[in-house]
Design a protein around this ligand. Structure first.
Ligand code: HEC
Length: 123
């Protein structure tokens, strides 16, 4: 009996802690200017609304382990060229029917905002 009474508040407490532990950087990142760039250029169309990935593109995740900001900008400008010198990307892209588009045309300022956003939301 005692345990049952404890179960509900404990579960609530765990859920709250879990939510904050996982949700914080995305929550903060959603206020950054690069979020609008992500939305305007339909990155979610291939990568999913939360960057979770789809049949068309891999999940966007742990970018900080793979890219500095400068490298990420370079990648976004010309992904296919960049992938040639990165064995992980070169292997990964074989698994998808579509290609990661080239975003050089959006300009340095938006690329910079986008990279800041991506590195925060998908650190
Ligand atoms: C037409 C579908 C498509 C769209 C639209 C698209 N991507 Fe991609 N993206 C891909 C594919 C396919 C790959 C995998 C390429 C590879 O592994 O080299 C990829 C890879 C990536 C990666 C590298 C992930 C890793 O594993 O390191 C990032 C970051 C990324 N995309 C960000 C974006 C952003 C930001 C946008 C919008 C500005 C975008 N993508 C739009 C298809 C897409």
């Amino acid at each position: 009996m005692k345990y049952r009474i404890l179960a509900a508040p404990l579960l609530t407490a765990f859920t709250v802690v879990f939510f904050f532990a996982c949700g914080n950087s995305k929550e903060e990142a959603s206020k950054m200017p690069g979020k609008a760039v992500f939305d305007n250029y339909n990155c979610a169309q291939c990568h999913g609304a939360q960057g979770e990935g789809s049949k068309l593109a891999p999940a966007i995740d742990k970018l900080g382990e793979h890219f500095t900001k400068a490298q990420l900008i370079e990648y976004l400008k010309n992904p296919m060229e960049y992938a040639k010198q990165d064995p992980r990307l070169n292997e990964q892209k074989k698994g998808y029917p579509s290609m990661m588009p080239n975003y050089e045309f959006i300009g340095e300022e938006k690329l910079s905002d986008l990279a800041d956003y991506l590195l925060k939301a998908y650190e």
